[in-house]
Design a protein around this ligand. Structure first.
Ligand code: NAD
Ligand code: WQD
Length: 337
């Protein structure tokens, strides 16, 4: 089976390509490398001993998409390509709507034209807004608190409407919680541009001595230690979830939606403590103001994915921190060295 992976050079995409190749799938990638490096693709090829057919193109480029579907015999698409920084989305909303929403519509139109109607879509726990209770189940009310989240919600709505109109589609909407960590080889991992926005990539740079101290965004939340709680999930577990979703689509699943999380939350301070164990160093931190838009607690009920996909996250917080640090330690400048 041949899978088109949009955004396959990115953080989650590269880990998913690796699992796909190891499971015997053929992989075609389209990525404009706006937030990634071709080096990630090369390393996945080296780790697996298999080739990826790579197209350096934009999903907004309809001609390029048509060409790919014309040449390659695509059976299913895993759609990662998009912009994902919440803060940036507030500064440049039009760019986010264009790339994420218009880009997805472009892709769907070309898929429809070529009668490739099997799609796995990267959604996010952000579509639950500020949930009234935890753990979060798939049927909780949806809302968005920023333009990035709104793009995910709009795309989900588009996919639900598309499926209502044409039951020939098989669509898996996967709502990721907080992916962290890296492949255990330390060859591929997360390589954000500039100063990281997300907690664990930031901690990794403090552990390497590149940044001075961690800013803890608020310690007055209604949680045991006052800091925010999130459902951190190892990126390899997440990648494997995509294989399970593809398997399910191939059985004509229709439209399905799953939370991909571990079901357990860790606070910011707990993450710092676990990371200290992984890097065997004390990590300095200061408590600063809350970050606007942050919620206190988010963690998943992932039992639906277990029941229907036979998937559950098996890697714990120790492995997440160990693999994050291993990647950062081996690649202090990410892919750019
Ligand atoms: P990433 O930025 O590492 O990967 C996205 C990839 O898409 C990059 O390689 C980038 O170059 C590519 N891309 C961006 N715009 C493109 C375009 N117009 N045409 C072609 N390629 C383009 O991000 P990631 O963390 O791997 O996230 C993958 C997907 O998962 C995204 O859709 C993101 O919104 C979603 N997601 C991520 C998280 C997270 O915390 N990382 C959580 C929930 C959902
Ligand atoms: C985690 C916790 C912060 C940085 C974001 C997106 C979400 C999804 C995943 C794509 C929070 C605290 C953070 C720091 C801190 N992405 N923190 N100091 O905000 O849960 O989710 O990434 O879909 O949509 O919003 O992740 O890693 O930024 O924050 O104290 O320097 O760490 O306040 O409690 P978040 P995060």
């Amino acid at each position: 089976m041949r899978i088109l992976v949009t955004g396959g050079a990115g953080y989650i995409g590269s880990h998913t390509c690796l699992e796909l190749l190891n499971d015997g799938y053929e992989v075609v990638v389209i990525d404009n490398l706006s937030n990634s490096s071709i080096e990630a693709i090369k390393r996945v090829e080296k780790l697996t001993g298999k080739n990826i057919k790579f197209y350096e193109n934009d999903i907004l480029d309809t001609e390029a998409l048509l060409k790919i579907f014309d040449i390659e015999n695509i059976d299913a698409v895993i759609h990662f390509a998009g912009l994902k920084a919440v803060g940036e989305s507030c500064m440049m909303p039009l760019q986010y709507f264009k790339v994420n929403v218009t880009g997805t519509i472009n892709l769907l139109e070309v898929m429809e034209k070529y009668k490739v109607k099997n799609l796995v879509f990267s959604s996010s726990a952000t579509v639950y807004g500020d949930p009234a209770t935890v753990p979060i189940k798939e049927d909780f009310p949806l809302s968005a608190t920023n333009p990035y989240g709104r793009t995910k919600l709009m795309i989900e709505d588009i996919l639900r409407d598309l499926y209502r109109a044409d039951k020939g589609w098989n669509i898996a909407i996967l709502r990721y919680f907080n992916p962290i960590g890296a492949h255990e080889s330390g060859e591929i991992g997360e390589d954000p541009n500039g100063i990281p926005n997300n907690l664990v990539p930031y901690i990794a740079k403090v552990a390497m001595g590149e940044l001075k101290e961690i800013n803890v965004f608020g310690d007055n939340y209604d949680t045991a230690d006052g800091t925010g709680i999130r459902d951190f999930i190892h990126v390899v577990d997440l990648a494997i979830g995509h294989i399970k979703a593809i398997e399910r689509l191939m059985k004509n699943s229709g439209l399905v939606t799953y939370n991909l999380g571990t079901g357990r939350g860790y606070s910011v301070l707990e993450i710092i403590q676990n990371y200290e164990k992984a890097c065997n160093k004390k990590l300095p931190y200061v408590v600063v103001d809350r970050r606007p838009g942050d919620i206190a607690v988010s963690y998943a009920d992932s039992s639906k994915a277990y029941e229907e996909l036979g998937w559950k996250a098996v890697r714990g917080i120790d492995e997440m921190c160990r693999d994050s640090y291993n990647w950062q330690y081996k690649n202090p400048k990410g892919y750019s060295e």
